[in-house]
Design a protein. Sequence first.
Length: 232
Amino acid sequence: MACSAKKSAPLSVIEQQQAFELFDRHLMAIGGGESLQRQESYSISGTIRELGSSQTHEYQLHQQSPNLYYIRINIRGKGVFERGYNGSVFWERGPNSSRVLTPEEKQNLLPSIDFYADVNYRQWYPVITTRTEAEFAGQPCDLLEVLNHKGEQEQVFFSKETGLKMGIVRFAGTDEETIVRYGHYISYDGIKMASSIEEKRGEIHRVWMIESVQWNAADLDFSPPPSLLDNK
């Protein structure tokens, strides 16, 4: 997952506008904004593999426009972990405890729960500081160095060949970077999604695999546990 980049001067205003076109190219490559916005929800099932271990864990992910979110992970040997957002309360529950997330934790997660994040990219990456070329996971890429919605530095890599987003490097004000690689884009009913997402931060190194996608899934529940609402 290593990357190497050429140095580049800061972008002018016009160059920034041109650089934003890489996000538009990715959006077109996955099927286009109109196709994506015709969908209102999805339900995903898959597995998580911890690299260096033979164990796999199962997960279910539900999302609904604009930002309703629920994920359930069955961690072998430990139990079920859940996290969700119902539009007002961001919560999580593990085998032994449950809690409401802090406002700062919610801010960190807002881009990932935006159902139309690929359309709303300017909201989550308002400033592009540099544009250059780099290799990411062995592929020639366009590299954007950006400031995210919190003013933190990230790097976003787009395939020169396909225009698809290949990866992100997050720094988040710490010395320990998070590297995310998107792989094996597959069309699910006309919209491409990365069927594997590899993430690495420190000693954590895992791969999320998608096994099934159902668009416009019905009867999705994003409600927090009643005990959390009673304690608010």
